[in-house]
Design a binder for this molecule. Sequence first.
Ligand SMILES: Nc1ncnc2c1ncn2[C@@H]1O[C@H](COP(=O)(O)OP(=O)(O)O)[C@@H](O)[C@H]1O
Ligand SMILES: [Mg+2]
Length: 510
Amino acid sequence: MAENILEMKNIVKQFPGVLANDHVTFTVEKGEVHTLLGENGAGKSTLMNILYGLYSPTSGEIWLHGEKVDIHSPRVAIEHGIGMVHQHFMLIPALTVIENVVLGMAQNKQILDLDKAADEIVALAKKYNMKVEPYQMVENLTVGEQQRLEILKALYRGADLLILDEPTAVLTPQEVDELFKMIRLLTSEGHTVIFISHKLNEVMTISNRITVLRGGKSCETVLKGNTDKHQLAKLMVGREIDLQRVEGLPDLGEIVLEMKKVECMSDKGVKALKGLSLEVRKGEILGIAGVDGNGQDEMLECISGLRKVTSGTITIAGTDSTNEHPRNILARGVAHIPADRHKRGMISQMSIKENLMLIDYYKEPFSKNHLLDWKVIEDASKRMVKAFNVKTPSIETMGGSLSGGNQQKMVLARELDRDPEFLIAAHPVRGLDIGATEYVRERLLEERKKGAGILLVSTELEEIMTLSDRIAVIYEGEIMGVVDVYDATVAELGLMMAGSRKVELDATTY
Ligand SMILES: Nc1ncnc2c1ncn2[C@@H]1O[C@H](COP(=O)(O)OP(=O)(O)O)[C@@H](O)[C@H]1O
Ligand SMILES: [Mg+2]
């Protein structure tokens, strides 16, 4: 048996009102890739932040190489050879690559020799088949490059136990392959990797062992060879689930959204959409795949009238809606499940019944002669809460005090109750547990069956591939191509997500 290099014993972390880790036990062997698998909120990041010295545990012990240790700061963690790449990178964009690497290392009081460090980091990168330009500004790096830099930085500081917190969330499938190659190389050299994920395909690809966290508790550690995706999903959620696509392709109806060569500017004043064209038909789900930040947000804002279109046209349900007032657009049978439900979808300090009326309060039957009819509003709210299974003591409860999944159900109830012809669903299951995810997916498929056209935006390829009828890939403000779901392959979508056009791919024979 390999040596246990890390033992976390009975770790408890109590945040105000949240027991994030509940007597977690986690043991890692030298040279393995050990995955921490769990749904959103299961306590994975918390456990690793404790190991990295960012949080102190409420109780519990950490043992490294058979000795009990007290890791009260990241500096101590680094001294023990622990490195961590966070879910959200911690690089400073306005500094160069090499400045980011040495930043915070000057504690040994010696004069910093940037050129020497630059040579060392280039050599280190080369060893892992990577290229770095030490004097490049970090803001000019792609997300994938920034991630590799974070890993290099940890290695440069002597990490032999590397924690990667959801590293694939921001990568294209090809970049994921590259990352996995690097992980394999690291472990072949005797490094140990803790890999955090909730994506079962990846977990089955890269892990040696898998520990599942559920609701803050460690429920089981399994060998990859002794398990499968089905069992892992069940461990993660605590019951049987079925997230497979069941529906066949729909009969396509008329066009409900048509975007023609749409252009717009980003908040930073650069072109965010560069002649984007697409169509959504009634009865279909058109999925927009792409790495975050390629114009998805701006596209949705243009459609809903929240961002100025500088050229091109947007037609909704046959009516020109380019630069139309948002309320007029909603009145055209459009419903919107926004990406950021706290900013756009709901008002935390308002009651559930008020939140349910946010869009249509001024219309009959909720208002008559400019007066709200509270009886009608309350009856409708109770009906929606029941139909959408929003778990709440009453409709008077503040929206903000619901759990994330129930907030999303509330938004869904309001939007779907309007019987939309066209539904915009932006990251509709982001941050939800699998139970709520399943529910939201069912409701979307139900709307599609009723004949609504749905535009689904997500950065999770698996979600796009299991829900959509057609998939359009967005890259730097343009659509690289559209494929029917049954023809789609991860490889092809991945290449388009990295900027290849479908026509170019079709012309190439592999
Ligand atoms: N700094 C914090 N303060 C309060 N609650 C927190 C904090 N960090 C995490 N939590 C809560 O702890 C739980 C576990 O979170 P986290 O460890 O981030 O889960 P995961 O990484 O598995 O998604 C969640 O309910 C989260 O809201
Ligand atoms: Mg996390």
